[in-house]
Ligand binder design. Structure first.
Ligand SMILES: O=P(O)(O)OC[C@H]1O[C@@](CO)(OP(=O)(O)O)[C@@H](O)[C@@H]1O
Length: 448
């Protein structure tokens, strides 16, 4: 199994140079790559040239500004990309960055040659990633997204914005030079044609580059939802024991019986597939769901090793140093003979890849595993994710959108114990203090 540690990649620095006309999903792809790599602890950052251009030039320029013949504007645009590249190079050094994404149209060979030269001078591997799209319906959908999210069009009448944006695209089309199998055959590149209908790859040489390629190949933009749920309350949960393979408690079974209704309320008649772990408590929770079901070993709960079957109090008594070490760095701490959160993330990578490929999926799994999956979708920092509160008997609905994920929580209204253990104590089920709540409770007010 590949292990992503900083030492694996420390000599390698990659600049993913986005290429493509406006409204081809470049920023969407850039942000997803950053989220995916950061989740795997690979230091990455996207440099969006549009943001730099708005700082140096007019905040809301019209289409004329993007005419290559407009000398004054061209100068401003050149300054913006120069500053973005400069910041990117500094970031590689100051932050020991591994993967930078230069998110811009980079539509001419002249621009790309300039970036190529700078990368080579700085010991950075350039990898060009072109999003090429002639599916007009797709482009129009993207234009709608851009109009709604771009600072260039805040407060602008939607029809005016659409017309202007189409004109802007036309200006870029006048000078756009797509990557070419022949002319660019010495470059490392990926061409995504109409999202990932066809993918052309050239000179992919390193493991990390191939991970990025594999990831972008699996992306799709069809609307869909992912539902997450912990198993119903288990016998071990009531006994405050961790791990094990116990059955559901009577209240847990009640949740299992109610789950089909909860899912139907949220999903309607949509078809979906249920993924569970191989442990009894998730399968008992899924037993009444009228959908296709699949078991994944990778969805099994974090392995507590020698502590499996113990309460946190017993662990504190028997292994006080371990107990303390886990509280101090919960993400990295590995149970004796068991796993850390980092280990769980690594074994979940194929799950994330498959989730990107699939449409509607309901995952029934465990507290630690759900924290890791949720952290991927919601970009939760590593040090926070093991401390998020993910209560029992709650269905979480994630709706991936172009620029983020919308979250809805549906409570089953069936009481259950709390299995949440705050830092610095071995007790579970305590009400969270307000301070802990604001930091760790799974929430996303702006999206709710
Ligand atoms: O990382 P912490 O907070 O200990 O949470 C993980 C624990 O959650 C539990 C419940 O306490 O998971 P589960 O959902 O499978 O019941 C334990 O089995 C597991 O060890």
């Amino acid at each position: 199994m590949p292990v992503y540690t900083v030492s694996n990649v420390q000599n390698l620095r990659i600049c993913v140079v986005m290429v493509g006309l406006p409204a081809r999903g470049k920023s969407f792809i850039s942000q997803k790559i950053v989220r995916y790599l950061s989740w795997l602890s690979i230091k990455s950052k996207s440099f969006n040239v549009g943001n730099y251009r708005r700082q140096t030039g007019p905040p809301q320029p019209n289409a004329e500004f993007f005419d290559a013949k407009n000398k004054e504007a061209y100068k401003i645009r050149q300054q913006a990309v120069t500053k973005a590249v400069e910041d990117m190079m500094n970031w590689f050094v100051a932050e020991q960055g591994v993967v930078a994404i230069l998110d811009a149209t980079n539509s001419t060979r002249e621009r790309r040659d300039w970036i190529l030269r700078l990368c080579r001078e700085n010991g950075i591997e350039p990898m060009f990633l072109e999003s090429w799209c002639d599916d007009q319906e797709l482009v129009l959908r993207n234009i709608t997204d851009v109009k709604q999210t771009s600072p260039d069009y805040v407060g602008v009448d939607p029809e005016v914005a659409k017309r202007d944006f189409l004109e802007r695209i036309a200006k870029y089309e006048e000078v756009y030079e797509p990557l070419d199998d022949n002319i660019d055959r010495d470059l490392t590149f990926v061409r995504l044609i109409n999202v990932a209908q066809q993918v052309i790859i050239n000179k992919i040489e390193t493991y990390l580059e191939s991970r990025v390629v594999f990831y972008v190949m699996n992306l799709h933009i069809k609307p869909r939802c992912i539902w997450l749920s912990r198993h119903g309350e288990s016998v071990y949960n009531i006994e405050k024991k961790i791990g094990g393979d116990s059955s559901l408690s009577p209240r847990g079974l009640q949740y299992a019986k109610k789950l089909p209704d909860l899912v139907r309320q949220s999903a309607g008649d949509a078809d979906l597939t249920v993924w569970t772990s191989t442990l009894i408590r998730t399968q008992e929770t899924a037993q009444f769901l009228p959908y296709k079901q699949l078991q994944w070993k990778a969805l099994d709960e974090l392995d507590a090793g020698v502590c499996d079957g113990m309460t946190y109090e017993e662990i504190e008594e028997k292994y006080p140093e371990d107990f303390k070490a886990r509280d101090e760095d919960k993400y990295e701490y590995r149970y004796r003979g068991g796993e850390s959160y980092r280990d769980v993330v690594i074994r979940l990578e194929p799950i994330i890849m498959e989730l990107e490929r699939q449409e509607n999926i309901l995952i029934i799994t465990h507290q630690a595993v759900l924290r890791c999956i949720y952290a991927y979708f919601m970009n939760v920092p590593q040090e926070e994710s093991p401390w998020m509160s993910i209560p029992l008997h709650t269905l979480i609905r994630l709706e991936p959108r172009a620029y983020g994920t919308k979250v809805t929580r549906i409570k089953a209204d069936i009481p259950a114990v709390s299995t949440y253990k705050e830092k610095g104590t071995s007790r579970v089920g305590e009400a969270l203090t307000e301070a802990t709540k604001s930091r760790h409770v799974l929430t996303n007010p702006s999206n709710d």
